[in-house]
Ligand binder design. Sequence first.
Ligand code: ADP
Ligand code: ZN
Ligand code: ZN
Length: 736
Amino acid sequence: MSDNSSAGFASFAISIPLYRVFDYAIAPGAQAHPGLRYRLPFGRGSKTGILISTQGVSDIPPNRIKTAVECLDEMPVLSEHMMALAAWLSSYYLQPPGEVLFQCLPSYLRSAKSIKPTRVKFWHALPVEAELRERLRKRSPRQYELLVAIERAPEGLNAAQLKAINAGWHSPVSALESKQAIRWEWSKPAAKDNNVMLQAAPELNQEQMQVYTQLTGRLDSFSVHLLDGISGSGKTEVYFRLIQDQLAKQRQVIYMVPEIGLTTQLIQRVKQRFGEQFVCSHSGLTDWQRFQAWDRFRCGEVNIMLGTRSCLFSQCDRLGLIVIDEEHDSSYRQEDGIRYHARDVAIKRAQMLDIPIVLGSATPSLESLHNCERDYYTIYQLNHRPTPFAPPRLRLIDTRNTKLVSGCSPAVLERIAHHLSQQGQVLVYLNRRGYAPVVMCHECGWQANCEQCDSRLTLHQSIGQLLCHHCGYTLGLPAVCPECSFVDIKHYGIGTEQLEQVFKQRFSQFPVIRLDRDSVTSHDEFAQRLEKLSEGKPCLLIGTQMIAKGHDYPDITLSVILDADQALFSASYRATERLVQTAFQVSGRSGRGDREGEALIQTRFPEHPLMQALSDKSYREIAESILQERKMLGFPPYSRVVIFRADALSLDKAMSRLEQIGQYLQESVQKRGVRRIGPIPALMTRRIGRYRAQLCLMSDNIQQLRETLNEAMPSIKNIPDTHSVKWVIDVDAFDL
Ligand code: ADP
Ligand code: ZN
Ligand code: ZN
């Protein structure tokens, strides 16, 4: 890549799902530096493009090439490092390069908006020896002119001012930088009040101290560390200590948490420890707020970026450490648009920058445990809580011969009542929102199904509607059966909405807080409701996955998992792993304060080996046995999986698109001994009116799998992606 104002032509990335870049002519004198955004003529309108590279000539005939309209930025919005990371992401995950580059930008910058950065770079002059000055004056008039101008400006000059002197200022300025005649610094930040009450760090206990000491000895270059610590063992304190050390060295830190883990509680904790030295980025903020956080971190005004998946792409000059909390969490995997795993991309980023990365979890992913096994990562364990009580073991509640009252066995109801009476808070996990998941006619067997998906409609009583959780399709609750006109339509099963109602009646003297996607619509609302727990009064918290993770409330003394049995018979090979993780996360929320916790799981299959294991084994022991099973079956993490997915207006179309892709792959697949499964219809074949199918490649030899893809991609790339048949590639697909 060259920085050349008279390059003539440049290749641009545009955010469309095509595996190619676009060439444009550059007007003489216009800036041409990788990472700058331009407005480009495209079709009959225009699009924003990011300049990737410049060249003196183009393959496109001169009468057909268009000229870039205008440059939107004074400074590149993507650093060289970020461009390189994007290039890696695009080639590893086989995603269209333009879409990947745009993904690396905050949403606010993806359109043609020109930006007003919160701070800008200013170039200052350094002492220059007479000899160098003379040489510049004679041989490099452009550099000399700029140097003199910078020397005369006591505050230095910014990009706009340099551009006014010489439109092609980029390359002479970087030449001056490399000669150490000038240097840039960020402009001074706006002053702000600093009235947060800082709290001193607690002293690390012996176990934490040991882990911290081992870790710090190994942080001077690229290395991956896994902090495997039981729930409530004080992992966050260890991260804080490591972050503190980076700040002391003037380095910056990216601290990633899962979407819902970013509660007010954590933000508050970070604020109390680090004051105003951090910014947050999460889905509860506007594009403008997220852009500001991005920009403040970029220019070094703050040194900690605390955020969810996409904060992985935050840029800065002095990154020293990346921390990924709850590394097993599936929200790090992006499943729509560009498909990638933020944890894995973060590891690549750390490698490119030669810095350490610390992953942490109470229930580490099988991938990470496997990587520790083969010494790719170093593992550290925290097996004790600093508080008096260990996380409770799950106790199985056999529901085979009991009559359930709205999904709860008498034993569970008794324990709930007991804990509330002892001033404890109770958490009840039920991963099903709505009132009831099944609605049917008793007479003819009619079931309320979605018109657009292969799924059932869930009754939501508060809105008097049947709702599809996949596409949002709604149907008014029919008064009589649409098939046979029988009047007695019944609902079965229980969702969080019903549970809330039942608990409100049964435990009427206690507040019932329900957290699911229907009851909370915003990030703030979620945080506020959860914050109610910090008052310490007895209450019931019920909810879906939202309540399973990320919080630390010392007054929760009972955790209950109501309905986990479906996971025992799921068609997904990931189901057991997910169940085990959820079970340990949920039970780990209890007993964190100075009272002992209790944890219950209801099941109709208490003799099932997995249920047995949940009641008497540690997470690590269960994970080891799942790993053994995967090894035998040749499933991930002992193999890699790539899935081609297609969806179309008919199943035939989706299948035949995958047949076509399969043909391009076939020769390599055979030659390289890669397993091929499909094409087959997806588990849920029809979704939002489209039919879905998949073609899966699997191999325990990553190299062979890569080669197969490399051989076939040049042909596959050109297969059109249209409304009638769409297709995508999912590298390291999470599920089959
Ligand atoms: P984890 O991240 O492993 O779930 P946390 O870091 O949230 O655990 O710690 C759980 C609780 O224990 C928190 O309330 C935290 O303030 C407290 N804690 C952690 N380390 C210590 C320590 N060394 N001394 C006292 N309290 C601690
Ligand atoms: Zn009927
Ligand atoms: Zn639907």
